[in-house]
Design a protein around this ligand. Structure first.
Ligand SMILES: [Zn+2]
Length: 254
Protein backbone atom coordinates (compact mmCIF):
# COMPACT_ATOMS: atom_id res chain seq x y z
CA UNK A 1 0.00 0.00 0.00
CA UNK A 2 2.77 2.39 0.99
CA UNK A 3 4.52 1.53 -2.29
CA UNK A 4 1.44 2.51 -4.30
CA UNK A 5 1.24 5.82 -2.45
CA UNK A 6 4.93 6.51 -2.99
CA UNK A 7 4.64 5.60 -6.67
CA UNK A 8 1.78 8.06 -6.97
CA UNK A 9 3.93 10.66 -5.23
CA UNK A 10 6.66 10.04 -7.82
CA UNK A 11 4.01 10.46 -10.53
CA UNK A 12 3.15 13.90 -9.10
CA UNK A 13 6.83 14.79 -8.73
CA UNK A 14 7.41 13.75 -12.35
CA UNK A 15 4.50 15.88 -13.59
CA UNK A 16 5.95 18.92 -11.77
CA UNK A 17 9.42 18.25 -13.20
CA UNK A 18 7.79 17.82 -16.63
CA UNK A 19 6.17 21.21 -16.23
CA UNK A 20 9.63 22.71 -15.65
CA UNK A 21 11.06 20.76 -18.61
CA UNK A 22 8.39 22.38 -20.80
CA UNK A 23 9.86 25.76 -19.90
CA UNK A 24 13.34 24.48 -20.78
CA UNK A 25 12.10 23.07 -24.12
CA UNK A 26 10.44 26.34 -25.06
CA UNK A 27 13.00 28.85 -23.79
CA UNK A 28 16.42 27.20 -24.24
CA UNK A 29 16.48 27.23 -28.08
CA UNK A 30 15.08 30.78 -28.02
CA UNK A 31 17.92 31.87 -25.75
CA UNK A 32 15.53 33.08 -23.08
CA UNK A 33 16.19 32.80 -19.37
CA UNK A 34 14.71 29.69 -17.78
CA UNK A 35 13.86 31.41 -14.49
CA UNK A 36 12.73 34.86 -15.59
CA UNK A 37 10.17 36.19 -16.51
CA UNK A 38 7.52 33.98 -14.85
CA UNK A 39 5.38 31.74 -17.09
CA UNK A 40 3.22 33.63 -19.55
CA UNK A 41 1.14 32.85 -22.62
CA UNK A 42 3.45 33.07 -25.68
CA UNK A 43 0.60 34.61 -27.69
CA UNK A 44 -0.98 37.30 -25.51
CA UNK A 45 1.81 37.58 -22.93
CA UNK A 46 -0.63 37.30 -20.01
CA UNK A 47 1.06 36.06 -16.85
CA UNK A 48 -0.16 32.58 -15.93
CA UNK A 49 -1.56 32.00 -12.45
CA UNK A 50 -1.24 28.89 -10.33
CA UNK A 51 -4.52 27.47 -11.62
CA UNK A 52 -3.19 27.68 -15.21
CA UNK A 53 -0.04 25.81 -14.29
CA UNK A 54 -1.30 22.56 -12.76
CA UNK A 55 0.55 19.87 -14.71
CA UNK A 56 -1.64 17.85 -17.14
CA UNK A 57 -4.92 19.00 -15.52
CA UNK A 58 -4.81 22.66 -16.55
CA UNK A 59 -4.51 21.66 -20.19
CA UNK A 60 -7.55 19.38 -19.89
CA UNK A 61 -9.64 21.91 -17.92
CA UNK A 62 -8.80 24.72 -20.37
CA UNK A 63 -9.45 22.36 -23.33
CA UNK A 64 -6.01 23.22 -24.72
CA UNK A 65 -6.64 26.95 -24.98
CA UNK A 66 -5.21 30.02 -23.23
CA UNK A 67 -7.64 31.23 -20.54
CA UNK A 68 -7.02 34.86 -21.50
CA UNK A 69 -6.80 35.04 -25.31
CA UNK A 70 -8.10 31.63 -26.39
CA UNK A 71 -4.97 30.79 -28.40
CA UNK A 72 -4.36 27.08 -28.89
CA UNK A 73 -1.76 25.62 -26.49
CA UNK A 74 0.60 23.03 -27.95
CA UNK A 75 -0.29 19.47 -26.97
CA UNK A 76 3.41 19.07 -26.25
CA UNK A 77 2.84 20.56 -22.79
CA UNK A 78 0.59 17.83 -21.37
CA UNK A 79 2.52 15.16 -23.31
CA UNK A 80 5.85 16.18 -21.70
CA UNK A 81 4.24 16.36 -18.25
CA UNK A 82 2.57 12.99 -18.66
CA UNK A 83 5.66 11.25 -20.05
CA UNK A 84 7.81 12.55 -17.20
CA UNK A 85 5.18 11.58 -14.62
CA UNK A 86 4.85 8.04 -16.01
CA UNK A 87 8.62 7.60 -16.25
CA UNK A 88 9.20 8.77 -12.66
CA UNK A 89 6.45 6.49 -11.35
CA UNK A 90 7.65 3.51 -13.39
CA UNK A 91 11.29 3.87 -12.35
CA UNK A 92 10.35 4.13 -8.67
CA UNK A 93 8.05 1.12 -8.99
CA UNK A 94 10.90 -0.92 -10.52
CA UNK A 95 13.92 0.26 -8.52
CA UNK A 96 12.57 1.87 -5.33
CA UNK A 97 14.75 4.25 -3.35
CA UNK A 98 18.06 3.41 -4.97
CA UNK A 99 21.01 4.88 -6.79
CA UNK A 100 19.66 3.41 -10.06
CA UNK A 101 16.44 5.37 -9.60
CA UNK A 102 18.34 8.61 -9.01
CA UNK A 103 20.54 7.97 -12.05
CA UNK A 104 17.61 7.19 -14.37
CA UNK A 105 15.57 10.19 -13.22
CA UNK A 106 18.50 12.59 -13.70
CA UNK A 107 19.29 11.15 -17.14
CA UNK A 108 15.67 11.24 -18.28
CA UNK A 109 15.23 14.83 -17.11
CA UNK A 110 18.17 15.88 -19.30
CA UNK A 111 17.24 13.74 -22.31
CA UNK A 112 13.58 14.72 -22.60
CA UNK A 113 14.33 18.40 -23.41
CA UNK A 114 17.01 17.30 -25.91
CA UNK A 115 14.44 14.99 -27.55
CA UNK A 116 11.82 17.70 -28.09
CA UNK A 117 14.24 20.55 -28.88
CA UNK A 118 15.96 18.45 -31.55
CA UNK A 119 12.59 17.40 -32.96
CA UNK A 120 11.41 21.00 -33.32
CA UNK A 121 14.61 22.96 -34.00
CA UNK A 122 17.04 20.32 -35.34
CA UNK A 123 19.54 21.34 -32.70
CA UNK A 124 20.93 19.81 -29.52
CA UNK A 125 21.96 22.37 -26.89
CA UNK A 126 25.55 22.07 -25.62
CA UNK A 127 24.41 23.44 -22.27
CA UNK A 128 22.73 20.07 -21.69
CA UNK A 129 25.10 17.59 -23.33
CA UNK A 130 28.44 18.95 -22.08
CA UNK A 131 27.50 19.18 -18.37
CA UNK A 132 25.50 15.98 -18.97
CA UNK A 133 28.70 14.12 -19.86
CA UNK A 134 30.22 15.37 -16.60
CA UNK A 135 27.20 14.16 -14.65
CA UNK A 136 27.43 10.75 -16.31
CA UNK A 137 31.11 10.44 -15.37
CA UNK A 138 30.48 11.54 -11.76
CA UNK A 139 27.69 8.97 -11.45
CA UNK A 140 29.90 6.21 -12.86
CA UNK A 141 32.57 7.26 -10.34
CA UNK A 142 30.03 6.80 -7.51
CA UNK A 143 29.06 3.44 -8.97
CA UNK A 144 32.73 2.41 -8.87
CA UNK A 145 32.85 2.00 -12.66
CA UNK A 146 34.51 5.20 -13.81
CA UNK A 147 36.54 3.37 -16.47
CA UNK A 148 33.28 2.09 -17.98
CA UNK A 149 31.92 5.63 -18.04
CA UNK A 150 35.01 7.05 -19.72
CA UNK A 151 35.34 4.23 -22.27
CA UNK A 152 31.60 4.19 -22.97
CA UNK A 153 31.70 7.91 -23.62
CA UNK A 154 34.73 7.67 -25.89
CA UNK A 155 33.29 4.72 -27.82
CA UNK A 156 29.79 6.15 -28.26
CA UNK A 157 30.95 9.66 -29.18
CA UNK A 158 33.97 8.36 -31.08
CA UNK A 159 31.97 6.06 -33.36
CA UNK A 160 29.54 8.90 -34.19
CA UNK A 161 32.48 11.22 -34.84
CA UNK A 162 34.03 8.62 -37.14
CA UNK A 163 30.78 8.18 -39.08
CA UNK A 164 30.46 11.96 -39.28
CA UNK A 165 33.99 12.36 -40.70
CA UNK A 166 33.54 9.51 -43.19
CA UNK A 167 30.24 10.98 -44.43
CA UNK A 168 31.92 14.35 -44.77
CA UNK A 169 34.84 12.91 -46.77
CA UNK A 170 32.91 10.55 -49.02
CA UNK A 171 29.45 12.09 -49.41
CA UNK A 172 30.64 15.66 -48.89
CA UNK A 173 27.78 16.26 -46.49
CA UNK A 174 27.08 16.18 -42.79
CA UNK A 175 25.28 12.91 -42.12
CA UNK A 176 24.32 14.19 -38.69
CA UNK A 177 24.78 17.31 -36.60
CA UNK A 178 27.75 17.93 -34.34
CA UNK A 179 25.24 18.07 -31.49
CA UNK A 180 24.53 14.37 -32.08
CA UNK A 181 28.21 13.56 -31.48
CA UNK A 182 28.24 15.46 -28.18
CA UNK A 183 25.01 13.71 -27.21
CA UNK A 184 26.85 10.45 -27.95
CA UNK A 185 29.64 11.35 -25.51
CA UNK A 186 27.01 12.08 -22.87
CA UNK A 187 24.99 8.89 -23.42
CA UNK A 188 28.14 6.75 -23.41
CA UNK A 189 29.20 8.14 -20.02
CA UNK A 190 25.95 6.80 -18.53
CA UNK A 191 25.80 3.54 -20.48
CA UNK A 192 29.29 2.02 -20.34
CA UNK A 193 30.84 0.04 -23.19
CA UNK A 194 28.41 -2.80 -23.92
CA UNK A 195 25.22 -0.79 -23.63
CA UNK A 196 26.75 2.01 -25.72
CA UNK A 197 27.35 -0.39 -28.59
CA UNK A 198 23.86 -1.88 -28.26
CA UNK A 199 22.39 1.58 -28.07
CA UNK A 200 24.16 2.73 -31.25
CA UNK A 201 22.95 -0.35 -33.08
CA UNK A 202 19.35 0.21 -31.91
CA UNK A 203 19.42 3.91 -32.84
CA UNK A 204 20.53 3.20 -36.41
CA UNK A 205 18.13 0.27 -36.67
CA UNK A 206 15.10 2.22 -35.45
CA UNK A 207 16.15 5.35 -37.36
CA UNK A 208 16.51 3.28 -40.52
CA UNK A 209 13.09 1.67 -40.09
CA UNK A 210 11.56 5.08 -39.47
CA UNK A 211 13.18 6.60 -42.59
CA UNK A 212 11.93 3.66 -44.63
CA UNK A 213 8.43 4.25 -43.32
CA UNK A 214 8.64 7.96 -44.20
CA UNK A 215 9.78 7.09 -47.72
CA UNK A 216 6.94 4.61 -48.15
CA UNK A 217 4.31 7.05 -46.87
CA UNK A 218 5.55 10.30 -48.34
CA UNK A 219 7.14 9.09 -51.58
CA UNK A 220 10.82 9.12 -52.46
CA UNK A 221 11.85 12.31 -50.77
CA UNK A 222 14.62 11.23 -48.39
CA UNK A 223 16.08 14.73 -48.45
CA UNK A 224 13.63 15.76 -45.72
CA UNK A 225 16.04 16.03 -42.87
CA UNK A 226 15.13 13.90 -39.86
CA UNK A 227 16.84 14.78 -36.57
CA UNK A 228 18.92 11.87 -35.27
CA UNK A 229 18.99 12.88 -31.59
CA UNK A 230 15.57 11.40 -30.77
CA UNK A 231 16.68 8.01 -32.15
CA UNK A 232 19.89 8.11 -30.09
CA UNK A 233 17.76 8.79 -27.01
CA UNK A 234 15.23 6.05 -27.77
CA UNK A 235 18.09 3.59 -28.37
CA UNK A 236 19.75 4.57 -25.09
CA UNK A 237 16.56 4.23 -23.04
CA UNK A 238 15.78 0.81 -24.53
CA UNK A 239 19.37 -0.29 -23.74
CA UNK A 240 19.12 0.93 -20.15
CA UNK A 241 15.93 -1.02 -19.44
CA UNK A 242 16.20 -4.05 -21.72
CA UNK A 243 19.93 -4.10 -22.54
CA UNK A 244 20.87 -7.19 -20.55
CA UNK A 245 17.84 -9.11 -21.83
CA UNK A 246 18.56 -8.15 -25.45
CA UNK A 247 22.26 -9.03 -25.22
CA UNK A 248 21.48 -12.43 -23.62
CA UNK A 249 18.81 -13.09 -26.22
CA UNK A 250 21.28 -12.30 -28.98
CA UNK A 251 24.02 -14.49 -27.47
CA UNK A 252 21.60 -17.40 -27.03
CA UNK A 253 21.10 -17.48 -30.80
CA UNK A 254 24.57 -18.93 -31.25
ZN1 LIG B 1 -2.95 33.92 -24.26
Amino acid sequence: MIKILLTFWFFLLGSAVGSFLNVVIYRLPRRESIVFPPSHCPFCGHKLSAKDLIPILSYIILKGKCRYCGAKISSRYPIVEFLTAIFYALVFWLYGFSFSTLKLLILFSMLLPVFFIDLEHMLIPDVITIPGTGVGLIISLFEGRLAQGILGSLIFGGILLLIYVIALLILKEEGMGQGDIKLGFMLGSFLGIKLSLLSLFLSYFIGGLFSLLIILIKGKDLKTAIPFGPFLIIGALISLFFGKTLINLYLSLF
